[in-house]
Write a protein that binds this ligand. Structure first.
Ligand SMILES: C[S@@+](CC[C@H](N)C(=O)[O-])C[C@H]1O[C@@H](n2cnc3c(N)ncnc32)[C@H](O)[C@@H]1O
Length: 232
């Protein structure tokens, strides 16, 4: 795997739920029936909840090289820290979906527990696959839709513009369409890579649009980038 150097100590696990994925990515019934790849899904319960609803999603993340026990331990190590940080910056968030920091924390914990409960079985079923953006371990057109929430653009300071472009091209190689939410960095600025990414998409002939969606938690973070390519 090319995305080497990945260690659990560098990661703060924080997982979102199915209803959040539906809102962030504006998923329709038709989307939900399609072949979905969740990139950088980490400890989100999207995959587990879709499975419970009788649907199949494949999630890919370098984190899946670790066992449920190791991931649980990392969640327990970091949860209090994340909540403290959140309480210091309450005004950076919109409190309509979650009434309070405590409600948000409880929701995140429920999602991550749901993920952990499904993880080992999901691995056996090929629903949790070890891999990263440098080279997604899938065939061309293996999926209809590739999603990425809270990784690309969010870590713009740590990840280069070129990394972003290649990651999105990889998503569009394995799926006909990619959706990335949101476009903000950790400090709530529009990603400095967005313009360069859009230029590159135009150059390589990928279609794209920026869409406002019905999800805003990070204040101002209610836009997703949708990129697609025509079958040739
Ligand atoms: C903030 S979490 C987001 C989890 C989930 N998408 C959500 O919104 O709840 C970011 C995820 O990116 C994953 N990640 C880190 N490096 C990666 C890489 N090179 N390729 C793909 N995923 C990566 C981490 O393991 C982590 O699970």
């Amino acid at each position: 795997m090319k995305d080497m150097g990945f260690t659990l100590e560098k990661i703060v696990p924080w997982g979102r739920s199915l209803d959040e994925y539906v809102a962030m990515f504006d998923l329709t019934e038709r989307d939900m029936e399609s072949r979905i790849l969740g990139c950088a899904d980490g400890p989100a319960s999207f995959n587990a909840e879709m499975r419970e609803a009788g649907r199949r999603v494949v999630s890919v993340d370098p984190m899946y090289q670790f066992s449920a026990g190791q991931i649980r331990e990392r969640i327990d190590e970091t949860f209090v820290e994340v909540m403290e940080e959140l309480r210091k910056n309450l005004d950076d968030y919109v409190w309509n979906r979650f009434a309070s920091a405590e409600a948000l924390g409880a929701h995140r914990m429920r999602s991550m527990k749901r993920f952990l409960g499904d993880y080992e079985k999901g691995k056996e079923e090929g629903r949790y696959v070890v891999g990263g953006f440098s080279e997604l371990p899938f065939r061309e057109w293996e999926f209809d839709l590739a999603l990425c929430s809270h990784f690309l653009f969010l870590y713009s300071e740590q990840l280069s513009g070129d990394f972003h472009c290649r990651a999105i091209e990889e998503m569009c190689r394995v799926a006909g369409e990619a959706r990335i939410f949101s476009l903000l960095t950790l400090d709530r600025r529009m990603s400095p890579h967005l313009e360069g990414v859009c230029e590159r998409l135009r150059r390589v002939g990928l279609e794209f649009e920026i869409k406002t969606v019905d999800y805003e938690f990070q204040r101002g973070g209610n836009k997703m980038l949708r990129v697609w390519r025509e079958k040739t």
